[in-house]
Design a protein around this ligand. Sequence first.
Ligand SMILES: [Fe+2]
Ligand SMILES: [Fe+2]
Length: 349
Amino acid sequence: MVSTVLQTLYAVHANLGQLLKVIEDEIERTGAGQLDPDIEMLTLALEYCLEYPGQFHHPTEDLIYDRLIRRVPQLAGEITAITADHKTLSQLTRSFCDAVARAIEIDETKFLYTEGLAFVQHYRHHMHVEEAEIFTAAHTHLTPGDWSRIEAMARISVDPVFTERVRDAYLALKDRIVARAAQGPRYPDNTGAGQMADQIESKLVELGIELPQAAAAVANYVTYVIDGGQLWIAGQVPFWNGAVKYTGLVGENVSLDEAVDAARICALNILAQTKAALGDLDRVRRVIKLGGFVNAVPGFTDHPKIINGASDLMVEIFGDKGKHARSAVGAGGLPLGVPVEIDAVIAFD
Ligand SMILES: [Fe+2]
Ligand SMILES: [Fe+2]
């Protein structure tokens, strides 16, 4: 049976996930500047994220992690990383708070988009890692005695997660925010694009191409930056929905064909990030540049053939708009042992 503490944390995560989706929808909906963002709703949603799950559920998680480290010392690295990540989350939350404040005070909304998405994506990734790796380990390895001690300590520290009055107040706030978001205005359908809309999406369906989920950043950087009509996308590796699809060295244990496929998957991740950033792939005006890195045996010279896996895909999907400048270089090692990494610069309307 799952302990009450863990059940409560799963519920906190589920509520928070709902709020993050509301925030993400709102900033994506207004990202193109066609509508003013619903600042009051964003402020309330942030207040919820800051006050309820952000500030209070982490101490309860710390109680679990302390005991889990003692029971399973091999998990020390992961637990230390996720604990440190709570600091990063606080920083990202503060930056997004600042962006909301700028929008209110000086009507400057451009930071809402980048700061908001960085906040949403990082929080989501954090909760995913906790649930997938740490909560499950805690469930397996902690004893009933551990759980009752954790629960007692969480109650002593008056974590509102365990205080019905506070919890109910926050849940009511969350429901208000979600309801308000559901009724919020949508993009006016006045683009004159009607039947032209979703051209790229239809093309993807036609070509049988599926996009992965946009991966969250794995260190202290953001997955993309938008500046003056240009979208700069951080290096993408052959990730498919959270799992690395290829590792190894080209020419040793990765064949040329596999490396070409790895490059294609990097490009699909670039498209997933583009969609997360712009909301709509039809907004791509031009793929400006791809930067390709290949981890191959010494003396290898076919880097361009490998990066073609990404370049061909861009042209297949975007036609002339997909033709780009490019570099294809060898790297003496790449993160996570992947054979290929590709970054991109994209111009958009
Ligand atoms: Fe956490
Ligand atoms: Fe958490």
